[in-house]
Ligand binder design. Structure first.
Ligand code: 5RP
Length: 226
């Protein structure tokens, strides 16, 4: 099974976690995209699901599939959110933000009664930071001051577009910095420390925010719970 097949398997498995009707948070990234395709098929078949997108990309996809959406301003009472992750630790903490959407993803996660994470097995690590840098959303104002302070915790690297045409921006127009750090011993403490730095909008650390992780691999889909 290749990685794309595993992502699809995890995305399809998440459909069993949806309410018969209700409000569903729509994650971002390639695995969440496969999930949103499946939600679109359910809506076309008459299922009463209303979405809350976690990025402009997910919004556009959902709109193109005819999934009704709630307004951005909220307040929402989301039944379940299904989202991807870049890294999942043994403790089921997450690094997210590979798609620069982690601020909105975290807001939607916190507004959800339940959070289901869909990944292929390559995303599993013993400790966060073993295989993925930590994405941070920061303000452009005083960017270099913020980066200097971040240097206490790792090596900050501003994320640039692959074609070199400029910096990657979040949907809110902020910069993304990837913090290359050692494996993270205490994700909650690091998250707290980073969020105290003026100019840091949000971190990609999701500490104890996954109720269920669906991991797809050669042996099918495993269910990991806290
Ligand atoms: C976007 C995210 C994604 O969920 C994460 O990057 C995983 O993406 P993919 O499913 O493409 O591997 O956090 O900000």
């Amino acid at each position: 099974m290749n990685q794309d097949e595993a992502k699809r398997l995890a995305a399809v498995a998440a459909l069993a976690e949806l309410p018969e009707e209700g409000i569903v948070g729509l994650g971002s990234g390639s695995t969440a995209k496969l999930f949103i395709d499946e939600v679109g098929a359910l809506v076309r078949a008459g299922r009463k699901i209303v979405g809350v997108p976690t990025s402009e990309g997910s919004r556009k996809q959902a709109e193109s599939l005819g999934i009704p959406l709630l307004p951005d301003v909220g307040p929402w009472a989301i039944d379940v959110t299904v989202d991807g992750a870049d890294e999942v630790s043994d403790a089921l903490d997450l690094i997210k933000g590979g798609g620069a959407a982690h601020t909105r993803e975290k807001i939607v996660n916190y507004a959800s009664k339940r959070n289901v994470i869909v990944v292929d097995a390559s995303k599993l690590s013993k400790r966060l930071g073993e295989s993925w840098p930590l994405p941070l959303e920061i303000l452009r104002f005083a960017q270099h001051n913020t980066e200097k302070t971040l240097g206490k915790y790792g090596q900050p690297r501003q994320r640039m577009k692959n074609d070199g045409s400029g910096p990657v921006l979040s949907d809110a127009g902020n910069l993304i910095v990837d913090l290359v750090c050692d494996p993270i011993a205490d994700p909650a403490a690091l998250d707290h420390a980073l969020r105290q730095i003026p100019g840091v909008v949000e971190t990609g650390l999701f500490v104890q925010r996954a109720d269920l992780v669906l991991v797809a691999g050669e042996d099918g889909v495993r269910r990991l719970t806290r």
